[in-house]
Design a binder for this molecule. Structure first.
Ligand code: SF4
Ligand code: SF4
Length: 432
């Protein structure tokens, strides 16, 4: 019985290594692909050499049994209180809104009159070359134009986030609409989606950069939300902080914005109020809504992570008065216990915006300053995150079991590197 069990386990190991290798090559992680292939080859050699040795047949089953038994030891819990530190978020305080303030204008004077400590550091950030700027360190003529094209489109989509609500006809129930909507979202090709009940503190308190007048109070009328995510492709995110990363960011923001604008329009057509919240024009704090929709949780990097894609997702939201509670609300996931033993984002952050020693919010001022000097949105914390790598079901175990978490961290360091460099710019992009 043991030789058979041993053969089965070895074959499974070889098969999984090969599948993992193919997955990695296809995603652009050639280093991980090569290591997985090598692991598969070594397994075959070891198996052939040791097959005749009787004691060997107990070896692998014994290791598997041991791993199974100790896998019940849970990861020590880490408090999830980070996101609750503030109960009200004013969009005027975020780095993007502050960056747009023009010295001498009424908004500038009123903002820095209240927050004088931010004036000097913000002026220093404004003096840097800026995102996609020709003077920035990682400037790439074609990629800057490609990213700009996405932000151009997003800018114009801002006028389509809301519109006229049609009369309700046909007597359809919210449940029937919700069922249709679920298939419609899949038809659009949405990578992940979820629904949430809106809480007042999921909205910004005042407008800072989106549609409407600067400083206007934001209405919190809509009670429901649909969150739509678009997966960022690893071949591009792994080039972070080089320019392909920002091309991918822009493109995926466009996907999720288009889906959100379409979804909001679809809902309004059926007689319910709905507004899309898209990049540059959010009235909601998207990660908080995504969290309430059960799409994932916050990582050490302060980024929002999903179990499937880690931080490699760009979100839009639709808020509405259509009761979408019939759509599935997923179970929330906690990542921080695994993060506590990982901290890879912090040790790889080029601007030291993430504290490696203590769990606290990312220093967005430092991070944004770095973006404005290199000209891209960096994304190194996203690129190195093990939760964004194609570990499949092992990620689920790693979030719950101490041994699986420890194993994943070690394996991730071996396959992808503890401090990996940036992947080469894809050949078709050239070196412009
Ligand atoms: S890199 Fe590690 S510590 Fe950072 S968010 Fe990802 S899992 Fe958490
Ligand atoms: S926190 Fe900012 S600067 Fe640091 S790795 Fe992430 S994106 Fe880059």
């Amino acid at each position: 019985m043991f030789p058979m069990l041993n053969s089965f386990l070895f074959l499974t190991l070889v098969l999984l290594s090969t599948v993992f290798s193919v997955k990695n090559f296809r995603s652009g992680y050639s280093r991980a692909g090569r290591i997985a292939l090598l692991a598969a080859a070594i397994s075959v050699v070891v198996f052939s050499l040791l097959y005749k040795w009787e004691a060997f047949h107990f070896f692998l089953p014994a290791i598997c049994l041991l791993l199974f038994l100790i896998s019940f030891i849970p990861l020590p819990k880490v408090s999830e209180d980070l996101k609750k530190e503030e109960t009200e978020f004013d969009e005027r305080d975020i780095v993007f809104s502050r960056y747009r303030l023009k010295p001498g204008t009424e908004n500038y004077l009123s903002y820095y009159g209240k927050k004088p400590e931010k004036e000097v550091p913000d002026a220093a950030t404004r003096a840097l070359p800026g995102l996609l700027s020709k003077q920035s360190r990682f400037y790439h003529r074609f990629n800057a134009a490609a990213a700009d094209a996405s932000f151009f489109l997003l800018h114009h989509l801002r006028d389509s986030v809301d519109g006229e609500v049609r009369e309700k006809t046909g007597g359809h129930t919210p449940e029937q609409i919700g069922n249709y909507l679920r298939s419609l979202l899949e038809h659009y090709g949405v990578s992940c989606y979820g629904t949430a009940l809106m809480k007042p503190d999921n909205y910004y308190s005042h407008t800072g950069r989106g549609q409407g007048t600067y400083g206007d109070e934001i209405s919190t009328d809509h009670k429901f939300a649909i969150v739509l995510g678009s997966e960022m492709k690893p071949r591009f995110t792994a080039t972070a902080p080089l320019s392909p990363e920002v091309v991918e960011t822009g493109s995926r923001y466009v996907d999720s914005a288009v889906w959100a604008v379409q979804t909001a329009s679809f809902i309004r057509d059926l007689g319910y109020s709905a507004r899309a919240h898209i990049d540059g024009n959010y009235q909601v704090i998207t990660p908080l809504v995504a969290h309430d929709a059960g799409l994932g949780g916050f990582g050490w990097s302060s980024l929002f992570l999903t179990e499937e894609f880690g931080p490699r997702v760009r979100f839009s939201v639709v808020t509405t008065d259509l009761d979408v509670s019939a759509l599935p609300v997923k179970q929330q996931t906690s990542f921080l216990s695994f993060c506590n033993i990982c901290r890879k984002c912090a040790i790889n952050c080029p601007s030291r915006a993430i504290n490696p020693d203590k769990l606290e919010k990312v220093n967005t001022d430092r991070c944004f300053k770095y973006w404005n000097s290199v000209g891209t949105d960096c994304g190194k914390c996203m690129a190195v995150c093990p939760m964004g790598h194609p570990w499949g079901v092992l990620k689920s175990f790693a979030l719950r079991s101490y041994i699986a978490g420890w194993l994943l961290k070690k394996l991730d360091d071996i396959f992808y590197g503890r401090k990996p460099g940036s992947l080469r710019i894809p050949q078709w992009m050239g070196n412009k």
